[in-house]
Design a protein around this ligand. Structure first.
Ligand code: PAF
Length: 277
């Protein structure tokens, strides 16, 4: 892989890169489509990265379907698929990790200790192997995108980071490889996440600027569902991820971020509150 990427760079080709953990869905496809337009060489990686899973998380059961992913990749015009193994990425005596401070604290960072260290380590390694000009990520993992932007800027990595909007099912559920875990009842109740975002952004359009009132509105909607267990519901500055006191705080763009569990499945969703849902 490294040789192919080096040769492409020497030939002056622009490399677009979409790192994933596989089990591809429409959200990944939107990244690949955009990558196809941005790069002469489009590279997809599929690697279920063990270092970003906690000891009680779903590493072993994370959904995998390589045959289908390869067909989807071919259909999307991917030039190269990188399929490293854990042994290639983390050989014996492996001891180096990338840690980002600040933006990794709170939200998913509070409830998944070590998660972002695993993400930044693997993304940094993948960037070094692939040496892309541009890398594409989904905004559903909003904090992950902010953390990757921070790392790329702080470490002077010569990669343009592109974040693309959440892709939703027709009924509003944000697409995620983990949606496959949901039972029919959980799947139905999970619509509370997009409903809550819709309610809050509509309230903002109607002039509600009070963060506590908006959080209460979103929380009430999620609490209507008996199977929902709220991990966090927060309104933050989209750029710094600092908590906001008011929606119209000068210079800030407010984003409502949700993490809610249904059984063992933890779902994420978010929306810029100043934009209609
Ligand atoms: O978002 C993902 O699929 C993963 O966290 C990533 C960025 C591919 C790193 O393993």
């Amino acid at each position: 892989m490294q040789q192919r990427c080096l040769a492409a760079r020497r030939a002056g080709q622009t490399i677009a890169f979409v790192p994933t953990m596989g089990y591809l869905h429409e959200g990944h496809l939107s990244l690949l489509r955009s990558g196809r337009e941005r790069g002469e060489l489009l590279i997809l990686s599929i690697f279920v990265n063990p270092t970003q899973f906690g000891p009680n998380e779903d590493l072993a059961s994370y959904p995998r379907d390589l045959e289908r992913d390869l067909a989807v990749a071919a259909e999307a015009g991917v030039d190269l698929v990188f399929l490293p193994t854990p042994e290639i990425m983390y050989p014996p005596h492996y001891a180096t990790y990338v840690t980002v401070e600040g933006v990794t604290e709170g939200l998913c960072g509070a409830n998944r200790p070590g998660h972002f260290r695993g993400v930044t380590t693997v993304v940094c390694k993948l960037f070094n192997i692939v040496q892309p000009d541009v890398a594409l990520f989904g905004q559903k993992d909003f904090q992950q995108l902010a953390v990757i932007r921070r790392m790329t800027s702080d470490l002077n990595l010569p990669v343009e980071i592109v974040g693309l909007p959440i892709i939703r099912e027709a009924d509003g559920l944000a697409m995620s490889s983990r949606n496959v875990y949901l039972s029919a009842r959980e799947r139905q109740q999970a619509l509370a996440l997009s409903d809550a975002l819709h309610l809050a952004s509509t309230a903002v359009q109607q002039g509600e600027m009070n963060v506590q009132a908006l959080l209460a509105l979103a929380t009430r909607r999620i609490e209507q569902e008996p199977l929902a267990v709220i991990d966090y519901i927060e309104i933050r500055d989209a750029l710094t991820l600092q908590p906001l006191q008011k929606i119209d705080q000068a210079g800030a763009e407010a984003v409502l971020l949700l993490a809610v569990k249904f059984g063992k499945t933890r779902l994420l969703d978010n929306h810029y509150l100043t934009q209609p849902f």
